[in-house]
Every structure is written in structure tokens, then in C-alpha cells.
Design a protein around this ligand. Structure first.
Ligand SMILES: C[S@@+](CC[C@H](N)C(=O)[O-])C[C@H]1O[C@@H](n2cnc3c(N)ncnc32)[C@H](O)[C@@H]1O
Length: 395
């Protein structure tokens, strides 16, 4: 039977030496180019070393760049439930201050390709691995039994599904899922659109950093790439923040940001929403002599593939330079990058270069990553995709 170690699953892949080395070093992915023999189809199967030794069980897909996603030798039908239970146990142990969080984070929970986000009573699921698709039924059954959600939505509209040979769709799998959900985060209310919002509706990976920045922010604050105002509500809550300016190119995102701010008692006299391209807006503000004491930069991934890195590095550096040009001495810059190709050291380097270019000195207050409900696998850089540096201008 597929999904168990005994009897052996019919599907198999044979690794080339480079693939074997990678897997033995603890990386859960092997690329198609590092296979000697491809599996016949997508599914769960056995992975063999070049000499025929059985190494592990994995999600296999001959049509995907990532042809092998390791499930571990201990994979079985029961392992699915055990891993879901462990994922849930971790989130309870984290004492998350809010009811919107990531319940399952793919490889970080030993469930490759699977994401489950919880928005209060509603769950949003995304599966990005063809080999896992037949397991979804079992996942939904477990979710229904353990969490009794009001509804489960499959946000299977991401482009990566096509690369796996999977259909793209957005479909309610269980119960009912309203168009707008109201969740809370550290005592603040946020509206989320699970059908059309980015990712599964919101950027849950920045939850902890939003809270932290809200605690440290002061003066006139600028939230660049504000999306639906999730950082803005935290910034606006602080009595130390005098005014807030939020910038994004997306009109629907800004409308939702206005609604989120209003829900939390922040009116247009305190928070201004501006539809603009950040790369142009920042120098325009500088030309008008505007200065800020808190700036948040949370751009979209500028390096989506490795080849984009040199250009993305220059774009991130320029963006940070334009932001720093608006920052007063004593002011804070919270600068993030969600491109996993841009290593944390590179983010620090480009912020340092931007500061040096302006003759500024920055001190590091914090180095941050994605929230703890998006666990990273040590030694697997792809799983540490979000990094943030929080600096203070001291000169
Ligand atoms: C990573 S999201 C921001 C997430 C947000 N900070 C949060 O915590 O919910 C990036 C945002 O940048 C916006 N965006 C993309 N390119 C932009 C540009 N050139 N100027 C301004 N906004 C842009 C997108 O519309 C999107 O809302």
C-alpha cells in the first residue's frame, strides 16, 4: 500500500551521488537533475542510493524540479496524524498572542509542501507537492476531527502547483468560509480575505516583528509596502507614534488597510494612506524635506530565483538608501527581505552599504526572522526565507 514502508511502495527513485550526498547531509529536497532513475509518476515512494541501498521514503514527482521531498524512514499512514498532532502541539506551546497563525509549515513540520493557516475558526490549506495530493483527504479528516473548523478553504491557486502538474483552484473543502474573516493579533483586530488576499490571506510570518516594531516605534512613522495595514495598526497603537504614513501600489490593499485602521480606532487624521510606487515616493518625500523617526520596509520578494540576485541586491540597497535618507538620528529602520536567495548576511551588508553611502552610522537593535510558527530547518537555508534587521541611526 502506498504510504507505508512495508510492503515496499511500488514507486521508487534512484539518486545520483550528488543527490545522495545532499540527502545524507540532511537536506529534504533532491533536484531532478540529481537522480539516476526518475519515478514513473508522482506519489509516495522509496528513495535508493546509487548502490541500491534504501535511504528513505519521499514524495516523488518526475515532473517537478524538486523530484524528491524527504518524508523520512519513519513515514507511514500514522505518521501523517502524528506530524499534524506535533504541529498543533508546537503552536500551543508557542502561546501565540492571536488567533491567526500557521498551523503547518511544510518542511518545518516534516510535511513537505503543505501549508495550513488558521484564521480563527477557518483553516486555509495549500498543497504544493503532487505526491502529497492523495493525502489531503486524510488531512481534512484530521482537521475536522481535531479542530472542528467552521470551514476549510483550499487556496490552490499558486503558480507553483502548475510546476508540479497540479490544477490551480480556490475551493471550499469543508463547511463554509466567509469572504471576510476577522482575526486578532496582540489585541488588535484585522480583516482578512482568505479568497483573494496574498498568500493565504495575510502575512502571518511578520506577526512577531509587527508586535516588536509597535513596541519600539516613535515619532512620525512610515510604513512602506504596507499591504493591508497589519504593521500600521501596531504602529498606530503606540502612543509614542505621532503620525503614520502608509505606502503601497495596490488600491484594494490600501482600502483594506483603511478598514483595518478604522476598526482599531485610527482615523485619517493620524494615518495617511498613499498609493504610490515606493521607489519613487521615497525620494519625493526627501525632496519635500520630510523626515521620519520610524520606517518599516517590507518589500515583496525581489529575487524570486537565484539569477535575479545581483539585480535584486542593487534594488534592495537602493530602497534602503532611499529610506535611510528620510530617517532622523535616533530613528529606527526595520528592513525585511522575504527572498530566500538573499542570505541574512547580504541583507545586513546592503543596509550597511546604504548607510555608508549617506555617511550614516547604524546600530543593530535586533536581527529577526519569520515568526516561530513558520519553523526553519537548521542547515536548510530555503526554510529561512524571511529576515529582518532592526537598526537605529546613531549618526
Ligand atoms: C510583503 S507585502 C507587505 C506585507 C505587509 N507588510 C504585512 O505585514 O502584511 C508587499 C507589498 O508591497 C506592495 N508593492 C509591491 N511593489 C510595490 C512598489 N513598487 N511600491 C509600493 N508597494 C509595492 C504589494 O502590493 C504588497 O502589498
Amino acid at each position: 500500500m502506498e504510504g507505508t514502508l512495508s510492503p515496499l511502495p511500488a514507486l521508487r527513485a534512484i539518486l545520483a551521488p550528488r543527490g545522495e550526498q545532499r540527502l545524507r547531509r540532511g537536506h529534504p529536497w533532491v533536484y531532478r537533475s540529481d537522480l539516476l532513475e526518475l519515478p514513473q509518476r508522482a506519489g509516495i515512494g522509496t528513495v535508493l542510493a546509487p548502490d541500491g541501498e534504501v535511504l528513505t521514503t519521499a514524495l516523488l514527482n518526475p515532473d517537478s524540479q524538486i523530484a524528491v521531498r524527504d518524508l523520512g524512514r519513519d513515514w507511514s499512514e500514522r505518521a501523517l496524524e502524528e506530524r499534524l498532532e506535533r504541529a498543533l502541539a508546537l503552536r500551543s506551546a508557542l502561546h501565540i498572542d492571536g488567533d491567526a497563525y500557521r498551523l503547518v509549515h511544510g518542511e518545518g513540520d516534516r510535511l513537505p509542501g503543505l501549508v495550513i493557516d488558521r484564521y480563527g475558526e477557518v483553516l486555509v490549506i495549500q498543497n504544493g507537492a503532487a505526491g502529497f495530493e492523495p493525502q489531503l483527504e486524510g488531512v481534512i479528516r484530521w482537521l475536522a476531527q481535531r479542530l472542528a473548523p467552521r470551514g476549510v478553504l483550499a487556496r490552490h491557486d499558486q503558480a507553483s502547483r502548475e510546476r508540479e502538474g497540479l490544477p490551480r483552484e480556490c475551493r471550499v473543502l469543508l463547511g463554509e468560509v466567509p469572504q471576510q474573516l476577522q482575526v486578532w493579533e496582540a489585541g488588535l483586530q484585522l480583516l482578512v480575505d482568505p479568497y483573494r488576499g496574498q498568500k493565504t490571506g495575510a502575512f502571518l510570518d511578520q506577526r512577531e516583528t509587527r508586535q516588536r516594531l509597535g513596541q519600539l516605534a516613535h515619532g512620525d512613522a512610515l510604513d512602506v509596502f504596507c499591504y493591508q495595514g497589519a504593521f500600521a495598526v501596531h504602529l498606530a497603537r503606540s502612543p509614542a507614534v505621532r503620525s503614520l504614513r502608509c505606502v503601497d501600489t495596490s488600491l484594494p490593499a490600501l482600502r483594506q488597510a483603511a478598514a483595518n485602521l478604522a476598526r482599531n480606532g485610527v482615523g485619517p487624521q493620524r494615518a495617511r494612506l498613499v498609493r504610490a510606487n515606493a521607489f519613487r515616493e521615497l525620494p519625493e518625500l526627501a525632496a519635500k524635506g520630510q523626515r521620519f523617526q520610524t520606517i518599516n520596509l517590507d518589500p515583496p520578494a525581489l529575487a524570486r530565483k537565484r539569477a535575479d540576485l545581483p539585480a535584486a541586491y542593487r534594488a534592495y540597497r537602493e530602497l534602503n538608501r532611499r529610506a535611510l535618507a528620510l530617517l532622523d538620528v535616533g530613528g529606527l529602520l526595520c528592513s525585511s527581505s522575504c527572498s530566500f536567495h538573499l542570505a541574512p548576511t547580504l541583507l545586513e551588508q546592503l543596509v550597511a552599504e546604504a548607510a555608508a553611502d549617506l555617511g550614516q552610522s547604524l546600530r543593530v537593535l535586533e536581527r529577526r526572522a519569520q515568526s516561530a510558527d513558520h519553523p526553519e530547518l537548521l542547515g536548510v537555508p530555503e526554510t529561512r526565507y524571511l529576515k529582518t534587521i532592526l537598526v537605529e541611526r546613531i549618526r
